[in-house]
Design a protein around this ligand. Sequence first.
Ligand code: ADP
Ligand code: MG
Length: 463
Amino acid sequence: MEKYPYVITISSEKGGVGKTTLATNLAIYLKALAEDLPVSILSLDNHFTVDKMFAIKGQKPVGDVAEFLMETPGSELIQTGQYGVDYIPSSLVLDDLRDSIRGNMVMSRLLALSGISGILIIDTRPELNIFTQNALYASDRVIIPVKDMPSLENCRNIFDLFDKRGLDRKSLTVLPCLIDARIKYQGPFKDHKSLLRAFAINRGYRCIDGFISKSPKVESLNTNPDGRIYPILTHARGTEVYGQYAHLSREILEEYRNTAEPHSFLFHKWMLAEEERKRDEYQARLSRLKDTCLLCGKAHAVDGTDELSFYYEASDGGACGFLEDRCCSSLLLSCLYNSRTVLSDDDPLLHMFRETARESVYTFRPFENGNGRCVEVQRFNMDGSSVLKKVHPLHEYEGSGFTRTKSSLYDFIFAALGELPGRMRDAFLLIHPTNPRKPGSILSEDGYRRLMKTMRHVAERLA
Ligand SMILES: Nc1ncnc2c1ncn2[C@@H]1O[C@H](COP(=O)(O)OP(=O)(O)O)[C@@H](O)[C@H]1O
Ligand SMILES: [Mg+2]
């Protein structure tokens, strides 16, 4: 599939089982079998075998694996090297990136957006580190070379990882490697590979058809006076391994051709669906917003002239919207610090409060006590600890006779939590500061998730 790689990862926690030999030679064989098929390789290990095998003398590298992991599209880093195999140069600094790789699906995303076509082979370190895990989850096929019982025992960690994450094991396959044909046994499993295969199957591990023998000729390919590493295809003709690689490569090629939609394509589809879902949910949150300030009744200016510094939402989701900085600060000040008068814009008290007001969240919770309806107003630190609590009687009108006026506090709470005739829902109102330059960001996927976490947290406190 154009621009979506079919990904094969070679992985084992054991070193010296033949991973790198397999990764590099598989690339060469696949390219030889299907000239028109783009075949590429990258290594997540810190040795430079891939570069030694594939770099063409004088070729200027355009980047390396570290840049790929730091979001440069793979297709921009790929170079066509020896034997027609494309490669991304290796990096020495991968270890420094460990902490910048957020999560296990980073490589799935990067490969979905990589623009790489054909087959991509990934060689890994003998470690189930964050890079290896990322490669495993991004693969259509994982080949785990095993050469003996200890390496077979070790497979369990990879299978367990998939089980723990609820991922389908079907991409994981075991391949007996470095098999010494001279070793024979009595009984049903007459040789080394049959024994390993039987143990693997017994544990529920799938084995790929075939195996790779141990060959002194193959072993000698990386030790020569030129300091080069020679491919099996060109330098180990006549060995058993030569034919075994051909068999394995044909099998993989057939599997590739039978895969209509590789993991990278499906992952991209999922990413697009997720983006659409997030956009829809964001739009739905926007459409619920009240378009006037609940305190002053003014319509919000969408051009940014109104400082929409606070967002409110009822705990039952029944009302939400923005509050202007001035209105909300005055309300909070009067409720929490008993400032009864309406303060002018340049009042030092208002200034002082505004300086720290945005470091807190606030709740308004109406309730009944023996004397009638009240409202509990609380200020919380961002970590959810309560800083201040005040209780006020909640009457529709304040004063009496000629001085009787409608209570603005009552109006505000009734507008958010009220139901006709004059009842309040059993809910509270959360007021949260926003970024006044981008108030809508509180409704984005991440912003809203954090808000809901705060909502749950203070709800527990209020209960
Ligand atoms: N089929 C084989 N026969 C003999 N030696 C092999 C074979 N495949 C790999 N080797 C040798 O085994 C050693 C380890 O192989 P390597 O591919 O580097 O393993 P890993 O990447 O798992 O550490 C290397 O010296 C390599 O030349
Ligand atoms: Mg290796």
